[in-house]
Design a protein around this ligand. Structure first.
Ligand code: HEM
Length: 157
């Protein structure tokens, strides 16, 4: 992949970063809706609509991250200058991403049971808050990866 056309890499990065922005941004919107719902509970239709939208966001985001992320990884690892520190940060990012996706996938409890037992915790201690926190940490690690790659190219060239 080292000689891949620049345009293809730009498209991959564009899709990956757009998915990251939608994922973290969408999570913040869900968190804000949960905070408001603490004061004014959402009606049945609003909460069903929100749950469906989030479900789609999770499914699509996961597929997009895996496909574009794997291709970006191959592209980076094909570079001679990439060192062990870069790989260590990348592995940490992947572990955090796996933990985040695991949390984002709804559990095995039937939907009816979930609706009947609302989460008693405040919104900032919720599963969504944890997912958003992990997303922000992953975002930061990605920027660090980018800087590490840039530095390694400069030190070689
Ligand atoms: C299967 C999971 C994923 C893989 C394999 C993956 C892999 C990668 C790789 C290799 C890069 C290039 C880093 C570099 O410039 O050297 C990258 C960039 C990036 N990733 Fe991921 N990623 C994954 C999931 C995520 C997730 C879940 C987020 C955010 C929530 C994310 C956010 C970003 C961002 C913002 C960049 C661009 C950094 C920049 O160039 O400024 N990634 N990813």
């Amino acid at each position: 992949m080292a000689e891949s056309p620049v345009a293809l890499l730009v498209v991959l990065r564009y899709i990956h970063v757009l998915a990251a922005a939608l994922w973290v941004g969408g999570g913040i919107v869900v968190l804000a809706a949960a905070a408001v719902a603490n004061m004014t509970p959402l009606t049945g239709t609003s909460s069903a609509l929100l749950a469906r939208t989030v479900g789609r966001l999770v499914g699509t985001g996961f597929a997009v991250f895996v496909v574009t992320g794997v291709l970006l990884t191959f592209n980076r690892l094909a570079e001679q200058s990439i060192d062990a520190a870069y790989v260590a940060v990348l592995v940490s990012k992947l572990l955090l991403a796996l933990a985040m996706f695991r949390l984002a996938v709804p559990g095995r409890r039937p939907a009816a049971t979930k609706a009947a037992t609302p989460d008693p915790r405040p919104w900032w201690q919720s599963r969504t808050a944890l997912i958003v926190g992990l997303g922000l940490a992953i975002y930061l690690l990605s920027l660090i990866l980018n800087e590490m790659a840039e530095l390694s190219f400069r030190s070689v060239g």
